[in-house]
Design a protein around this ligand. Sequence first.
Ligand code: ADP
Ligand code: ADP
Length: 230
Amino acid sequence: MLEVDDVYKSYAAADAPALRGVSLRAEKGDFLAIMGPSGCGKSTLLHLVGAMDQPSKGRVLVDGRSVADLGDDELARWRRQKIGFVFQFFNLLPTLTVLENVELPRLLDGDNGGTCRERAQAMLDLVGMGTKSRRFPAELSGGEMQRVAIARALVNEPSLLLADEPTGSLDTENGESVMRLLAGVNRDLGVTLLLATHSSEAARHARRHVHMRDGAIEALTENPDVAASV
Ligand code: ADP
Ligand code: ADP
């Protein structure tokens, strides 16, 4: 469902390319951890896969479609429907309640009927935040905010979930709990999951490990811990 073909990315301001010849495939339901030190290109790869940015060279196909072929309006819509994003700093809107934050991606696509609220509430139940739907983000712990962000990312039933350092601003315990939630979502909903992380604890949950260095993939390994338990 995901195909990255010999992708290069150069930023105008930088001298060395952020990605140089990255190729990668993921099947539906796969769980990949993109690992490596800060600056190796993890976020850049996720941005290209999520159609937030275009490669300088090479191509990215999601469900057989190249994002380069989509116009701006179509692209924004396609991104909302196909791809869920989870960020290090949650990116919840502070003036909206938890429920309203999760409803937003559906409202943007014109679902303002009764199903929108029901669907958002069901997602909050799924991530264990069902009883806190009327709170505001500032009234939640970091772990709780990330659960809400995961509910928001899933509300449009994306085929691909991209998580960029989702445990990066959480303590060990909350980070582990968020990773268990993400692994459960991957297993139970069948959503393909790409995790970018420098944390080996977070990566333990992934089925495959993609080791990056200086903008290239150094090695691709199966995770024996997860392979054994599936
Ligand atoms: P990681 O997520 O692994 O920390 P990034 O993908 O953020 O790595 O960064 C890869 C390289 O690209 C780094 O050298 C970084 O400084 C550079 N870079 C990332 N984003 C930009 C940008 N918007 N403009 C210029 N350089 C960038
Ligand atoms: P954690 O153990 O996950 O770090 P906290 O100690 O930050 O959690 O919060 C514990 C509980 O208190 C959570 O259920 C959270 O919703 C609630 N809480 C935290 N901060 C506030 C606040 N400013 N207003 C209302 N409730 C809060």
